[in-house]
Design a protein around this ligand. Structure first.
Ligand code: SF4
Length: 217
């Protein structure tokens, strides 16, 4: 049952029946409003445009569960579930943690994130999220700042938190899965920089690293 203190999620899109594009199995993508970055080639500007917020539908964990549970059979049969995207999904860490309480452990919960959030928000979700899909942009500080408008420190601090969680999973807890996306960004980084970022990530203990070029339209 919802109450006035339930966190609310401003949602601009719910896309059902996504297969392998946003994590494992069949998933429903829940796009939530808000972002902490200002990427030069933002692929999702409506995630932070204030006009979008006026059109968002707001859910509590309970009402979102009622809205998406029609696909539970698909989730259970394929090991899928809900992917929280945006924008920056971890701005809504309280909501994600509360949603886990409502949906139980059998749905896979994935978040798409830039990790550009205070570390407490990441830590708040560690026992609730099965997989983090991290778009890091670039690990070279000046390139990161030029492309996103933000210093890189928070991203690095949060990568270290995920890395230590991989190295020392909690006793009896499920190991966290981290998929890191490293783009080649026209005009901002080079194939050599991209490889340097990937090597740094490997040295931090990450193994699921995807490199790909941004294609500008
Ligand atoms: S993190 Fe995503 S939504 Fe936010 S500015 Fe960058 S590309 Fe756009």
């Amino acid at each position: 049952m919802s109450n006035n203190s339930s966190p609310r999620l401003p949602v601009f899109a719910i896309e059902r029946h996504r297969l392998t594009t946003d994590g494992q199995g069949v998933s429903t993508l829940v796009g939530a409003y808000g972002c902490t970055l200002a990427c030069r080639y933002c692929i999702n500007p409506h995630a932070w445009n204030s006009d979008t917020l006026k059109k968002c539908v707001s859910f509590t964990p309970e009402t979102l569960y009622e809205r998406v549970r029609q696909d539970e059979l698909y989730f259970l049969a394929t090991g899928g579930g809900i992917t929280f995207g945006g924008g920056e999904s971890l701005l809504h860490a309280e909501f994600i943690r509360a949603f886990r309480q409502v949906c139980g452990r059998r749905w896979r919960l994935t978040v798409e994130t830039s990790l550009q959030i205070p570390s407490e928000r990441l830590e708040m979700t560690l026992d609730s999220v099965d997989e983090y899909i991290v778009d890091i942009k670039d690990l070279e500080p000046e390139t990161y700042l030029a492309y996103t408008g933000m210093p890189i420190d928070r991203l690095l601090a949060n990568l270290r938190i995920l890395s230590s969680r991989i190295a020392s999973p909690p006793q009896g807890g499920a190991p966290v899965s981290v998929h890191i996306r490293v783009p080649l960004i026209p005009g901002y980084n080079t194939p050599k920089q991209l490889q340097t970022s990937a090597e740094k990530l490997r040295s931090m203990g990450f193994s699921h690293i995807e490199t790909f070029p941004y294609v500008l339209k």
